[in-house]
Write a protein that binds this ligand. Structure first.
Ligand SMILES: *Cc1c(COP(=O)(O)O)cnc(C)c1O
Length: 394
């Protein structure tokens, strides 16, 4: 029994209820795939980041089971003491090959990767320049360094150049950080321009490609590959939890960065590494991506199909350049009501509202996957039409 009643937290939760944004966590009964059992009811799933359906891939599951038999269920220690298994080294080699990078360094999650890398590679006397819509894990990483920070307007290259110019010569290192794919709208960073500006002003570049890896570029090598910029971005972050289908994160970088992270990346020094099952499943996943691009072909085909149908119905699907399809509703409470209606019609599309996106841009964000069948997508489109008419959105 706690000695405090924590009424100040209760009041905050009441505030969420009054604003119509209070929610309970949905509970999955079973696997996260294109159709799910949610709170006991079967639904088409439009909200997972499992872009390629690999979270349920038989080859990955088999690799995980084999690894459990050989290595057990836990790594047993942080990597820097005695948790570093040959599996972890193998995954890093595979990732470097996949990303066409000299090296790749793994973390327990994409979140840890940003927090650990940004903190390790910057210090007092450096400047970090960050896109205003960068992911929360980048923001948290920046909070943990003693470097100065500056924000540029979302994908606004004039504003980025203004910041670079204003600070020219004032700092030891300048690091430009951007998401590769912005996950709320599905738009791409203007990487070719960012890289040119970085080269002009002698700045380092850092791209968080969590939603681009496995999705963009040849075989899903990411936005850097999509734009033909191999070798011109210093740090390329990816997650193993989205398209790769498992769990973890990595930074593709050069040898010097790899060595330094090995000594100074705090999530690696102070937290146990990926489990053998996760690691082996990631290896199997990356091997699959290197071998064939058939999943990317399916993913993009599905995304095009779904977007066209929603557009025809009259929904505002924003300006996405990726399989992420936001259906922008605006009002926060209405977005949540729309999501509830979709569930009544057998479709799970999560509402995303402030503070995840700016006020007044509430939406249901649809994540299309290679695992969706055309029948599932048709069912989803029907549900959008019904819910849209019910709420007077279309
Ligand atoms: C999801 C995401 C992360 C975090 O990745 P996890 O592996 O889920 O921790 C980091 N950056 C961006 C841009 C993301 O979208």
């Amino acid at each position: 029994m706690s000695i405090h009643d924590l009424d100040f937290l209760k009041e905050k939760v009441e505030g969420l209820k009054e604003a119509g944004v209070y929610r309970k966590l949905p509970v999955l009964n079973g696997r996260n795939s294109s159709t799910i059992i949610l709170d006991g009811k079967e639904m088409v799933n439009l909200s997972s980041n499992n872009y390629l359906g690999l979270a349920n891939d038989p080859d990955l599951k088999e690799a995980a089971k084999k690894a459990i038999d050989k290595y057990g269920v836990g790594a047993g220690a942080v990597r820097t003491i005695i948790g570093n298994m040959d599996l972890h080294e193998e995954l890093e080699k595979k990732l470097a090959e996949f990303k066409k990078s000299p090296r790749a360094f793994i973390f327990q999650s994409g979140y840890d990767c940003n927090v650990g890398t940004i903190q390790a590679i910057t210090e007092k006397g450096d400047l970090i320049i960050s896109d205003e819509l960068n992911h929360a894990s980048i923001i948290d990483g920046i909070r943990m360094t003693k470097a100065d920070k500056a924000i540029f307007k979302h994908s606004d290259m004039e504003d980025l150049e203004r910041v670079l110019k204003e600070n020219e010569g004032k700092y030891k290192n300048t690091l430009i950080i951007t998401d590769g794919v912005f996950s709320m709208d599905g738009d791409l960073a203007k990487l070719p321009e960012i890289v040119e500006l970085a080269e002009k002003y002698n700045a380092l570049t850092y791209v968080d490609d969590a939603h681009g890896s496995g999705v963009m570029g040849s075989h899903g090598r990411g936005t850097v590959d999509h734009y033909g910029l191999h070798g011109r971005v210093d740090f390329v972050i990816g997650t193993l939890s989205k398209a790769i289908g498992v769990k973890g994160g990595y930074v593709a970088c050069n040898e010097a960065a790899y060595e330094w992270l090995n000594h100074r990346a705090r999530p690696v020094l102070f937290s146990t590494t990926l489990s053998p099952a996760d690691t082996a499943a990631c290896i199997a996943s990356v091997e699959k991506l290197i071998k064939t691009d058939e999943l990317q072909v399916k993913l993009w085909d599905n995304a095009k199909y779904f977007k066209e149908k929603l557009g025809k119905l009259g929904f505002n699907t924003g300006h996405s350049e990726t399989p992420i399809t936001p259906v922008i509703i605006g009002d926060e409470a209405k977005s949540m009501e729309f999501s509830r209606k979709l569930r009544e019609y057998g479709v799970f599309g999560s509402a995303i509202v402030f503070p995840t996106v700016p006020r007044g841009t509430g939406r249901v964000r649809c994540m299309i996957s290679a695992a969706h069948t055309k029948e599932e997508l048709d069912k989803a489109v029907d549900a959008f039409e019904k819910a849209g008419k019910d709420l007077g959105i279309i």
